[in-house]
Design a protein around this ligand. Structure first.
Ligand SMILES: NC(=O)c1ccc[n+]([C@@H]2O[C@H](COP(=O)([O-])OP(=O)(O)OC[C@H]3O[C@@H](n4cnc5c(N)ncnc54)[C@H](O)[C@@H]3O)[C@@H](O)[C@H]2O)c1
Length: 276
């Protein structure tokens, strides 16, 4: 989609980090924006950073709930009459190996990271198909969706699923000859509040104990030192939409690790640790 001006962008996770920057960039491109998040204060802050006069609406939305995402779609169409660009971006992270993960950890991470994307597709794609004009869905996965990172098992598994879901969506839309394009955004470490994801964790899925402190320190440090800012990542994503690119690998340095993983599979050898 080359020309974004006057079109409508919906961004989940718009209260912070990459989602906030996606919303700001879309507004700078002249788009109407729908800012969605569970964090209403953060949404107001994002709205306060929009260029003066930018048309927008804020919607409190929990992407883990299909009814909440359906209301987001209803409100988007009631306000702007269309949605052209959907960023299924909200995400959370829990650290630790698979054997320390509780059922609540699995449920929370999968409800937000995977089902949040699935519900976004369910509520918006049929409406976009009816709309009939050029649309684009961008799902935020991660570099951890392309390689298998130790120390963040659940997160990695959920992001691999988002990559597969995006690839399937692309194939199905192509077979349906739809005018909806798909991209999957796969950033590596970026300095955002992702390591403080627990701030939005529902009480009924509360963590039973802290993950390893050493591991958490390591993750915090890696995220803090991320080479690209959230604004850089958002720029890569919007450029990819304009260029109609499916895979968005914001950090080219991870390509070597992706290649090694594919070689490991094809040569049926032990998986190489991408973060030794
Ligand atoms: N920061 C990184 O290093 C990194 C790397 C790769 C991928 N990502 C992905 O980027 C996306 C954005 O994360 P970020 O890094 O900007 O983190 P962030 O914590 O700064 O922003 C995430 C946003 O998602 C919102 N959110 C959480 N649960 C929600 C729910 N149930 N419903 C609606 N909104 C919800 C939060 O309130 C927050 O505003 C996530 O999908 C994340 O997995 C981040």
């Amino acid at each position: 989609m080359k020309d974004l001006k006057g079109k409508t962008a919906v961004v989940t996770g718009a209260a912070s980090g990459i989602g906030r920057e996606l919303a700001l960039l879309c507004a700078q491109e002249g788009m109407h924006t729908v800012l969605a998040d569970v964090d209403e204060n953060g949404l107001r802050e994002t709205a306060g950073l929009l260029p003066p006069g930018a048309r927008h609406t804020e919607v409190k939305c929990d992407v883990a709930r299909p009814d909440s995402v359906e209301r987001l779609a209803e409100q988007t169409y009631a306000t702007f009459g269309a949605a052209h660009l959907l960023f299924n971006n909200a995400g959370v992270s829990v650290g630790g190996p698979a054997w320390t993960a509780t059922p609540e950890d699995w449920k929370w991470v999968f409800d937000v990271n995977l089902m949040g994307v699935a519900y976004g597709i369910r509520s918006f794609v049929p409406r976009m198909l009816k709309q009939g004009d050029e649309c684009h869905v961008v799902n935020t996965a991660s570099a951890a969706g392309l390689v298998s990172t130790p120390g963040v098992s659940l997160y990695t598994v959920s992001k691999h699923a988002v990559v597969a879901l995006s690839e399937c969506l692309h194939h199905d839309l192509q077979l349906a000859r739809a005018s909806i394009r798909v991209s999957v955004l796969c950033p590596a470490f970026t300095n955002t509040r992702i390591v403080d994801s627990a701030r939005n964790r529902p009480a009924d899925l509360a963590a039973s104990g802290p993950a390893s402190e050493a591991l958490e320190r390591r993750l915090r440090e890696a995220v803090r030192k991320g080479r690209l800012s959230a604004a850089d990542v958002a720029r890569c994503a919007v450029d990819a939409v304009k260029a109609d690119r499916f895979y968005i690998l914001t950090h080219p340095a991870i390509k070597g690790a992706v290649e090694t993983r594919l070689r490991d599979i094809l040569e049926e050898r032990l998986p190489t640790n991408p973060m030794p």
